[in-house]
Write a protein that binds this ligand. Sequence first.
Ligand code: ADP
Length: 187
Amino acid sequence: MRVLFMGPPGAGKGTQAALLAQRFGIVHISTGDIFRANVSQATPLGVKAKSFMDKGEYVPDDVTNEMVRDRLTWDDAVAGFILDGYPRTVAQVLELDSMLADAGVQLDAVIEITANTDELVERLSKRAAQQGRSDDTPDVIRRRLEVYTESTAPLIELYADRGILTPIDGLGDVDDVTARLVNALAN
Ligand code: ADP
């Protein structure tokens, strides 16, 4: 199974992608997690990504694309994956198309997890208090939501036009949302 998880910051992509990947026995690839791991180890990639992440901006496409192209060739991704947080720009969609074509595979589904802005801001603020992620401050949260609307929301249309988009309501208990996703992916 090859699936993309899309949706605004705070929609629950990461939480749900991890649960579903475990359930279906496939790897969960989160570009945000990979960037954060590189930032915390101060690798050259982390050094490049940090200034963008701290401002709530996207890491440049060439850097992100190269990282994902490499990650998708690992053995654990051959049987399938949930890609969480990528693609986020049209250039990334085109690059992903080319990676999949090179591998001779196709996406099975693109899931959009939805939630209204008030809920997103509330969740991200709560997470800020619990986890202290450096990009969960009020100004940066606002900027991340803006960047999502400007750059990533249009991709939803693009995948809808391709007929592979499934919107899932991200409101409610984590378990309820998981059940909706399992149901959608089983069909
Ligand atoms: P969220 O969805 O809550 O914004 P993520 O953990 O997915 O959180 O991403 C955190 C940050 O990592 C983003 O704000 C961005 O700076 C960077 N990032 C993650 N994925 C991408 C991507 N596909 N393209 C560019 N930057 C990315």
